[in-house]
Design a protein around this ligand. Structure first.
Ligand code: 5AD
Ligand code: SF4
Length: 447
């Protein structure tokens, strides 16, 4: 085990966007300690595996990743396991993986510098506390040290979950719902924009449960925060994810018709299309109440692109109940979706329920569901052809002069023309595939 201070680091994030955000914040924290990002293709002295525990054999993947971290000269870097697997299985990781010197939970990573010092002296340290002090107060300010943001940035506004869906590990790994304070968020958003962000995605496990006190001392919901962020002149776009149907207040729905910078996209998971299954999942909404929310959103923003998450094969789900899920898909016409086979998570109520669904049945259901979702995604993209819209340019494409970016409806768009990263280019969408659309800049059409 190394006993020196690391000079270079690499943070590898898996799973959700909140982990990507945490990974960025850890990188900033390490940079503040004078540790530099390891150049592409070179070994790092310190590797942070920022893990995800939501599905599948996440922990097994962590062990195999650890095994592969040996460096070119045969030595091992200093290894920290962070994220939700660290929170859920920290002790086990320490027991099974002697190469790991730090285990740090998602609420404790602001303490990494002290842990690195201890690890540098040869000790193994675990910190999976959910401390009363918030990590956000202890982290360096965004953009400090001249670090630039890309054109799209994440901003975690809310963490944790009190909903306890019976399949889900999040309430155990991320803890109770906590909203970050309004002033800290406005400040962080401003810094992100100053350092180059044109679009900010507000993140939370239950982002639409965010609440806070604004500058006038009024208690506001997420739409109140978005209204104030929309006043930042160089911020062009706001998005938010992930929402729970029960927290879609009328105020938030109305915001979709009122805040021009709020993009016409809503990720609102339903998980299953049958009320008995939803009840067993403890979702506390019905199919009907979910569809009613979507109707209200469509009433104020008819072009809204809808997205969701689905789980197939929840314990006890029958063929007929699964067919109900397909019916919901047909009724909604999603622009894009995520769909998963149910995966028993240790410690969750569903993991020990009777009538676990055989893998072959789940495979078949997932295939049928994904066929329907792909069909709808292609249809949504095809229906966009001929539309004029703005594209926020995110990076260069593979072809000469080609640029890639996103439409307001979160579709990937590529075009050839004059542009630069971070620019908003008005285009006409000219042809559609399942995963992306081709476009022509209007300036070129006019020429
Ligand atoms: N098995 C399968 N999918 C799950 N998700 C959460 N927990 C599980 C699980 N145990 C899915 C849900 C959630 C998304 C982030 O992951 O669809 O919305
Ligand atoms: Fe998990 Fe349900 Fe909370 Fe989402 S709402 S994080 S699925 S418990």
């Amino acid at each position: 085990m190394p006993t020196t201070t690391p000079r270079t680091y690499r943070v590898k994030s898996f799973g959700c966007q909140m982990n990507v955000y945490d990974g960025d914040r850890m990188a900033e924290l390490l940079a503040e300690q004078g540790i530099a990002p390891a150049p592409e293709g070179e070994d790092a002295d310190l590797v942070v595996l920022n893990t995800c525990h939501i599905r599948e054999k996440a922990a097994e993947k962590v062990y195999s990743d650890i095994g592969r971290l040996r460096r070119g000269d045969g030595s091992s870097p200093l290894i920290a396991v962070a994220g939700c697997v660290a929170q859920a299985e920290g002790e086990e990781i320490m027991r099974r993986a002697p190469a790991v010197s730090m285990v740090v939970g998602p609420q404790a990573y602001h303490r990494l510098p002290a842990m690195i010092r201890e690890a540098g002296e040869g000790r193994r340290v675990t910190d999976t506390d959910m401390p009363a002090e918030t990590k956000f107060d202890a982290l360096p300010a965004r953009g400090k040290g001249g670090r630039r943001s890309g054109p799209t940035a994440f901003l975690t506004v809310q963490e944790g979950c009190d909903k306890f869906c019976t399949y889900c590990v999040v309430p155990y790994t991320r803890g109770a719902e906590v909203s970050r304070p309004y002033a800290a968020l406005v400040d962080e958003a401003q810094r992100l924009v100053e350092s180059g962000a044109r679009e900010i995605s507000l993140l939370g496990q239950n982002v639409n449960a965010w609440t806070g006190e604004n500058a006038k001392g009024q208690t506001v919901g997420l739409e109140g925060l978005m209204r104030d962020l929309a006043a930042i002149p160089d911020l062009a776009r706001i998005r938010y994810t992930t929402s729970h149907p029960n927290d879609m207040t009328q105020g938030l729905i109305d915001a979709h018709g009122e805040i021009a910078k709020l993009m016409p996209f809503l990720h609102l998971p339903v998980q299953a299309g049958n009320d008995r299954v939803l009840k067993a999942m403890n979702r506390s909404h019905t199919v009907e109440s979910y569809l009613a929310v979507l109707d209200r959103v469509r009433a104020v923003r008819p072009d809204i692109a809808l997205s969701g998450d689905f789980i197939v094969g929840f314990p006890g789900e029958t063929d007929a109940e699964f067919e109900d899920t397909l019916r919901v898909v047909d009724a909604v016409g999603y622009a894009q979706c995520f769909s998963f086979k149910y995966s028993p998570r240790p410690g969750t109520p569903a993991a020990t329920m009777d009538a676990q669904v055989p893998m072959a049945v789940m495979d078949d259901r997932l295939q049928r569901l994904q066929a329907a979702l792909n069909r709808d995604q292609l249809a949504f993209n095809a229906a966009s052809v001929g539309r004029t819209c703005e594209v926020l340019v995110e990076r260069r494409g593979k072809l000469p002069g080609q640029w890639l970016g996103k439409s307001p409806w979160l579709q990937s768009v590529h075009f050839i023309g004059e542009a630069q990263i971070g620019q908003i280019v008005t285009v006409e969408l000219t042809s559609a595939g399942g995963n992306s659309l081709a476009a022509t800049p209007l300036a070129m059409l006019a020429a």
